[in-house]
Structure formats: C-alpha cells, structure tokens
Design a protein around this ligand. Sequence first.
Ligand SMILES: [Zn+2]
Length: 186
Amino acid sequence: MLVLLFMLSLLAAPVEYVAHEGGHYLAARLFGADATLHFDRVTLDRGARLSDTERLLFLAAGPAIDGIVGVTGLLLLVQRYTPLRLVLAIWLARPLQFLPPLLGVDLPLFALAGGLADTDEGQIATTLGLSPRAFIWAELALAAPLLALIVLRLPATRRLAILSVLSIGVMAGWAGWLAWGPLVLP
Ligand SMILES: [Zn+2]
C-alpha cells in the first residue's frame, strides 16, 4: 500500500501542474484568446485580449481546478482512505507553498513580496483592489481545517508513515517536474 502511495505521490505534482495550467489555458481559449501552455504557466499570445472579468476568470481557473479536485478527493477520503483519494485530496495543499514567503515578510527581501503578488491569487487580489497578502492568508485559513481533516481521516496507526511517504513522493515529483517539465511543455 505504501509503495502504491509513493508512486501516486510522485505523479501528484506533474499531474497537478498540467491540470492547473490546463485550467488557465482552457479559460483563455474559451474567451477566444490565443495562449501557450508551458510546464509552469500559461502565456497569452501577442494580440490576445481579455476583458477585466475574463482576466479574473482566467486567473482563477487554475486554482479552481486544484480546489475542485481537492474537495472531491477529500469527500471520498472522508468515506474511506485509499492512496488515490489521499493524493487527490492534497491538491487542497496548494496555498501551503505560499507560507514561507508569507512568514518571511519581516525580511527585507523584495523578491518574496513580489513573488506573492505574482501568484494567481496575488494577481486576483490586486485586480479586486485587495491586499495579496491578506487574500492569500484567507486562502490558507480556508485550507487549514480541510488539511487537518485529511490528516485526521488517515488510519491512525499508519498516519506518520503515510504522511512521510506522501511528503517525500510529492516533493520528489515536484522537483522532477521542475527539472523535466520544460522538456515536455517548454
Ligand atoms: Zn496558475
């Protein structure tokens, strides 16, 4: 069971990247804008124009995919633990990646602040006239109880082993995608 979990965890980040960016890409195409799908982002082609509302939906489409898959996985996981259900549910962990830059606010590192503003959520917040930091904190606050529920739904006697295998697998798959993703989707 742990071997299966590890293999699914390895695939989690590459699949999530493609689905997330695919969400942005499909939204752009839906609005008639030519776009290019890269391994870690979607760029609008020259001359592609989106209205303000279309741009908001284009930005939200990626995180929305994470949310839909994550909530679906969580609803299944609440019924019964399986490695696949867990690996889908942890798509809800997306905002965790923003925690280090959020906590690093006291450091005079402008790159970190710029980094948060450049995220999908940061750009959505800016477009809506909200603070990117407050918006991302709110997203984290929303995700935290759901992530706690995921942990609680794991079989208690194997919880630590499952979380360890999951974390190592996801991190390795993430690093692998950053290294080899550009070969698949430049
Ligand atoms: Zn995105």
